[in-house]
Design a protein around this ligand. Structure first.
Ligand SMILES: [Zn+2]
Ligand SMILES: [Zn+2]
Length: 147
């Protein structure tokens, strides 16, 4: 993870409104597609390709490419993503769930997002392809790496 403050780690910093055509998630946020929850920092919607009964995405409104592009100053944002994801999971009475991020090996939407996945998985194939330990890491690990 780059800790060099002189290196821009964002593809296009600033507000999302000017660039929705560049990114499917920025577009979704702008058009309020499938909105489950939003505040000034994050947007929550259902994953289009669920792997379990409840499968949500918590997306920062700021365009950040992926978890490898997070800086130490994004600690509060990641903390908030975890809090929002946990709160929604609790509100939905999920007893067992996982919060996590893709590792860079996975080809995914190039806008940071945290998956909220109720357990057990309903698709073992997708679990193996996308959400095994090698390709998916717990959100807390990402947060810890920023502390
Ligand atoms: Zn974006
Ligand atoms: Zn994803």
């Amino acid at each position: 993870m780059s800790k060099n403050p002189s290196t821009s780690t964002y593809d296009h910093p600033g507000t999302i409104a000017s660039i929705p055509e560049l990114c499917i998630f920025c577009k979704i946020i702008t058009e309020k597609e499938g909105l489950i929850y939003e505040d000034e920092d994050v947007y929550v919607l259902n994953d289009k390709f669920p792997v379990s009964q409840v499968h949500l995405l918590v997306i920062p409104k700021r365009h950040i490419k992926n978890s490898y592009h997070l800086r130490n100053t994004d600690k509060d944002l990641v903390q908030k993503m975890i809090e929002v994801g946990s709160k929604i999971a609790r509100d939905m009475n999920l007893e067992n769930y996982r919060l996590g991020f893709h590792r860079a090996l996975v080809i995914s939407v190039p806008h940071l997002h945290m998956h909220v996945i109720s357990l057990p998985f309903t698709s073992i194939i997708k679990q193996k392809l996308l959400f095994n330990w090698f390709l998916f890491t717990d959100a807390q690990n990402i947060l810890n790496s920023l502390l």
